[in-house]
Design a binder for this molecule. Structure first.
Ligand SMILES: [Zn+2]
Length: 282
């Protein structure tokens, strides 16, 4: 059996948590990551027939029955993940239609999986329906996106358009747009269900006055999505109080769309060539 601490998925997970902490997205014990693994990947490192312990999840996700996930632990600090991955991370398999989870490795201090496990698992189920290769869900508190929810209308079209208008790259990276939830109590099945509902159509879901969820096929993809939206939000906060002299118009964004073969979310761009009179608030 190979050493799981040297598994490529483990190295990726540790580096991702390190980078999220380094960028200030995950203070104290905030943030959580879940990475879906194939049974064949796990079997190279662990005896998948032996569980350390099992626990109820408090939700049902029949579509994920038997699926393996590497997840961050409840109350764990991202800054500590590289120093003690076996304490701060856990590898679980969902059983009984998702109603229970078996711990196969990690959380060595007796800890639990992230308190946002319901939101993660429901989001995985939703993303997997949209894309069979979707494997990653991550949650973080990047300051600029969070700050934006204090001062910008939460209408999804308007929120997405503002982010697209901040940097030419935004529409290339998240042409599907950004979902926005109103403030809801975190850690509940209700916010998990609401997040998953958005995740059917988008890979980024902003939790107002709290943070953001990102999803992707790889840790890099989900991380890069949040990174790009966060950069756009940073630009917004730098210019929102200044008179605007130049702007990315819908006409320009359509050129990007055509050149890079992306498809902007239907109805989010004005089909008419730039009229010079943008009405979006900023
Ligand atoms: Zn949070």
């Amino acid at each position: 059996m190979n050493d799981i601490l040297h598994a490529p998925f483990m190295t990726d997970m540790i580096r991702t948590a390190e980078n999220m902490y380094r960028l200030g997205w995950d203070e104290r014990n905030s943030g959580n990551i879940s990475l879906r693994l194939e049974a064949s990947e796990v079997a190279q490192y662990l005896d998948t027939t032996r569980a350390e312990r099992s626990f109820p999840t408090g939700f049902s996700a029949p579509e994920l029955d038997g699926a393996f996930f590497l997840v961050t632990g409840a109350g764990k600090y991202f800054k500590n993940v590289p120093y003690a991955p076996q304490v701060n991370l856990g590898l679980v398999r969902l059983t009984e239609g998702g109603a229970r989870a078996e711990l196969l490795w990690g959380l060595a201090d007796g800890g639990a999986v992230t308190s946002e496990f319901p939101a993660h698992m429901m989001s995985h189920a939703a993303r997997r329906q949209a894309d069979a290769d979707a494997r990653v869900v991550m949650h973080a508190h990047p300051a600029n996106l969070l700050a934006m929810t204090h001062v910008h209308p939460l209408d999804e079209r308007s929120f997405t358009r503002t982010l697209w208008q901040m940097c030419t790259e935004s529409i290339m990276i998240f042409p599907d747009g950004v979902g926005v939830l109103p403030w809801m109590l975190c850690g509940t099945n209700a916010i998990g269900e609401a997040t998953a509902e958005k995740m059917r159509d988008v890979r980024l879901v902003v939790w107002s006055l709290h943070g953001v969820y990102g999803a992707g096929r790889t840790l890099d993809e989900a991380f890069g999505l949040i990174e790009t939206a966060e950069k756009a939000a940073e630009i917004y906060l730098k210019i929102a109080h200044l008179p605007r002299v130049n702007r990315l118009t819908d006409d320009m964004l359509r050129q990007v769309e055509r050149r890079y073969g992306v498809h902007a979310r239907d109805g989010y761009l004005d089909p008419v060539t730039n009229r010079g009179g943008e009405t979006d608030s900023l």
